[in-house]
Design a protein around this ligand. Structure first.
Ligand SMILES: Cc1cc2nc3c(=O)[nH]c(=O)nc-3n(C[C@H](O)[C@H](O)[C@H](O)COP(=O)(O)O)c2cc1C
Length: 166
């Protein structure tokens, strides 16, 4: 893996998250977890390069994000789609994702990412906020997405390092 600047990420940002998906990871060698995400993005906020993700309250990974200063987003080539399906269907509370998905954590900077990734964003948390029903201007989004009242928490992180596999 070599370090590149966030400006050198040359993939379409929407496709990257919505089609390729990513593993959102947090924690350290003392305890970590990862889950698949396909909603989120990268961009610019407060004069900083940022990534933002949306996590439902029941996700085990959320506990690690909330207890960490950092989170990471790891992107993979197509051959890992099966691994991402596993990490997006089962909880780290019930299975060893590392074993079942064939992924290996790398611990760096007080956080964790996956060795098999071809692109990694290391992010320092800047902001988190729970979504609330009153803030939805289009109420159909609530009906369509939050039948269980499990509103996402938004996390915005400053991209402090980008690693790329050539
Ligand atoms: C393609 C895909 C995308 C997903 N995107 C998100 C997401 O953006 N936010 C979220 O909270 N859950 C998302 N999930 C669901 C979690 O990945 C899933 O519930 C996972 O099992 C949580 O694992 P955990 O309990 O170990 O954290 C997605 C699942 C899949 C398959």
């Amino acid at each position: 893996m070599r370090e590149i600047s966030p400006r050198e990420i040359d993939k379409n940002a929407i496709k990257l998250i919505s089609e390729d998906w990513a593993l959102l990871t947090a924690g350290s060698a003392d305890g970590w977890n990862t889950m698949t995400v396909s909603w989120g993005g990268i961009g610019e906020l407060w004069g900083k390069d940022v990534a933002f993700v949306f996590v439902r309250p029941q996700r085990y990974t959320k506990e690690f994000i909330d207890n960490s200063e950092y989170f990471t987003l790891s992107f993979f080539d197509d051959s890992y789609k099966g691994a991402l399906r596993v990490c997006g269907a089962k909880s780290g509370r019930d299975i060893d994702k590392s074993k079942e998905a064939g992924i290996t954590p790398v611990f760096e900077n007080g956080t964790a990412y996956l060795e098999q990734a071809n692109l990694v964003l290391l992010c320092k948390k800047l902001y988190s906020q729970d979504m609330t029903p009153d803030c939805f201007l289009d109420k159909s989004i609530i009906t369509d997405n939050y039948k269980a009242n499990d509103f996402h928490t938004t996390y915005v992180g400053e991209i402090i390092k980008v690693l790329k596999k050539d």
